[in-house]
Write a new protein. Structure first.
Length: 137
């Protein structure tokens, strides 16, 4: 009789489950890549907000006045790894480049901490001057 009881116990044991096991299906993560950008400083939506601010306010941000009564137009914005950026802008007569550091405030507004015009040499001119130096050294 003991062998029979032991046999029944061994046969029923695998059918039993531990009361603490979780039988619910794991939840799928929500869309985690919706706002991921290639740098960690700003999300894609934040970058769009900042770029719109720059394009709208480039006239006030530029420390240099447009020539011949023209107005500034932001052409390209290049993001840096730390969240700063460089904007190329022009007025139809001259083109300028500026480095800027944007901040998104707690209320969702944009502030530009630093806006500095920088002189970036024309790459063709740099290549030509290097070639000239190599020829005459």
């Amino acid at each position: 009789m003991r062998k029979f009881a032991l046999l029944i116990s061994l046969l029923l044991l695998p059918a039993c489950t531990f009361s603490g096991t979780n039988t619910t299906k794991p939840q799928e993560p929500e869309n985690q890549i919706a706002d991921v950008s290639d740098n960690n400083a700003f999300t894609v939506k934040e970058r769009e907000l900042i770029e719109t601010y720059i394009r709208t306010n480039i006239v006030e941000l530029s420390p240099i006045k447009a020539v011949l009564g023209g107005g500034w137009l932001a052409r390209n914005i290049h993001w840096q790894d730390d969240g700063s950026a460089v904007v190329e802008y022009e007025d139809g007569h001259i083109g300028l480049t500026a480095y800027f550091e944007p901040v998104i405030n707690d209320d969702g507004t944009v502030t530009i901490e630093r806006f500095l015009n920088v002189d970036i040499p024309n790459q063709a001119a740099v290549d030509a001057s290097e070639k000239f130096r190599e020829q005459y050294q």
